[in-house]
Design a protein around this ligand. Structure first.
Ligand SMILES: Cc1cc2nc3c(=O)[nH]c(=O)nc-3n(C[C@H](O)[C@H](O)[C@H](O)COP(=O)(O)OP(=O)(O)OC[C@H]3O[C@@H](n4cnc5c(N)ncnc54)[C@H](O)[C@@H]3O)c2cc1C
Length: 392
């Protein structure tokens, strides 16, 4: 079956308006013509070319949620889900995450907490793709437990002096602007005393410690970032001092919807590739599709994907209504992060030896999928958030 028929993004879907559907169709066209034919080379290069990101900016793909005042299209969380799902369907997870970290994990810090002058300075470039962003929260000794961060920002007159190391930062090598979480009150316990700073590339004392080599997401650059007596103007602090932890937690909601949608885009694409493969491949006098065990497994995976992507849409819709949806969003992240890996396993299995070959998209997608149950909230951490919110 053709990929498009499998992943209709279905026009009848009650969650989506014609504007969402038009956006989905534009994205799909862009991905088919400008991404899929070239993205294998980006995997080799270890990054997505800046010209591609600029082009996405020109086409309006980088400012979906942002104010029209700065060039955005002021759409809603469901549009974000469409963006992430379609990027996931590209089959290139590294490309998808490069874009999504910029649009939905890093720059929301500025959109949500930035002052008018901070937004006027950076938002137009973020939307047109001339400024690419990263977000630096994780540290070598603090990942799931954000409150354990050690990077400090000491106030000195009109500046803050940052010291510390950030780890696994997506877009870290090439970003122009990094939103960095640091402790502004080291005596505060736990999550209190954290602030967020916008740090521009080239700021003295800020450097890329090293580029990190990963199992998958090869076209996404990932770095360790070092801050050594890095002086940042106080005017670059986003929001209130010591309130950064709440900003991080708020942004995690959007990030997790996005990661869930991306994962379900990937799962749909893997399933479609595998259906095509098993219908053509013959063994023991018939196609693989003729084996009941194989088609039933794929049928069950299709049902799971369908259910999970509808949970993504529902969580995104709850968010558009301003409803508390921490439980649903955590369910999305836990479920989709695990499911994309189950789908990847089965799809590789039914591709046989070809699924293990570098020339097969499934091989790349298996590697890309692995991080989905770890990054942006590991499954176990998400399940704790769900468990706390289950009725007693
Ligand atoms: C490719 C990649 C890109 C990333 N991009 C970014 C980025 O751009 N910015 C950024 O700030 N961070 C980024 N991260 C960091 C990512 O979000 C963290 O790796 C993730 O939150 C897990 O943290 P950790 O690696 O320190 O694992 P740990 O916190 O050490 O946890 C290890 C494992 O222990 C288990 N675990 C942890 N806590 C619990 C618990 N309470 N109960 C049960 N089990 C538990 C989980 O299985 C978890 O995977 C990225 C990571 C990767 C690998």
């Amino acid at each position: 079956m053709a990929l498009d028929a499998m992943q209709s993004g279905s026009v009848e879907d009650p969650y989506f308006s014609p504007a969402h559907e038009m956006f989905r169709a534009q994205l799909r066209r862009f991905i088919d013509t400008e991404v899929k034919p070239r993205a294998a080379a980006w995997e080799e290069d270890g990054c997505v070319p800046r010209a591609v990101l600029r082009r996405m900016g020109e086409l309006g793909f980088l400012g979906v949620r942002y104010s029209e005042q700065y060039g955005g299209s002021a759409m809603d969380t469901l549009a974000t889900a469409v963006l992430a799902e379609e990027l996931g369907r590209s089959t290139f997870g590294g490309f998808a995450i490069t874009v999504l970290v910029h649009t939905d994990m890093a720059s929301p810090h500025l959109a949500n907490a930035g002052s008018a002058s901070q937004q006027a300075r950076w938002m137009p470039g973020i939307i047109d793709g001339s400024i690419i962003t990263a977000v630096a929260v994780t540290e070598p000794d603090a990942g799931s437990d954000v409150a354990g961060m050690r990077t400090t920002a000491r106030r000195e007159g009109d500046s803050y002096v940052l010291n510390g190391t950030k780890m696994y930062i997506t877009n870290g090598v090439h970003a122009d602007l990094v939103f960095v979480a640091a402790k502004t009150d080291t005596s505060a316990k736990g999550s209190r005393g954290v602030s967020i700073f916008a740090v521009e590339r080239g700021t003295p004392g800020f450097s890329v410690g090293r580029a990190l080599h990963k199992q998958g997401w090869l076209s996404s650059d990932t770095a360790e970032l070092v801050f050594e007596n890095c002086v940042v103007p106080a005017a670059h602090r986003l929001g209130e001092e010591n309130c950064g932890f709440y900003a991080i937690m708020r942004n995690f909601q959007n990030e997790r919807i996005v990661l869930g949608a991306q994962a379900m885009g990937e799962a749909q694409a893997m399933l479609a590739l595998t259906l095509e493969w098993v219908r053509g491949r013959r063994a023991f006098g018939a196609t693989l599709w003729d084996k009941q065990a194989i088609r039933q497994r794929l049928a069950m995976r299709s049902a799971e994907i369908e259910a999970a992507r509808r949970l993504v849409y529902h969580a995104a819709w709850l968010d558009t209504q301003g409803r508390d949806c921490v439980r649903e969003v955590s369910q999305v992240k836990a479920l989709c992060g695990e499911l994309v890996n189950r789908v990847a396993y089965d799809c590789q299995q039914f591709h046989g030896g070809m699924g293990y070959m570098r020339e097969s998209p499934i091989e790349r997608m298996v590697r890309d999928a692995r991080i989905q149950s770890i990054g942006g909230g590991a499954t176990e951490v998400m399940l704790e958030e769900v468990a706390k919110r289950l009725p007693m």
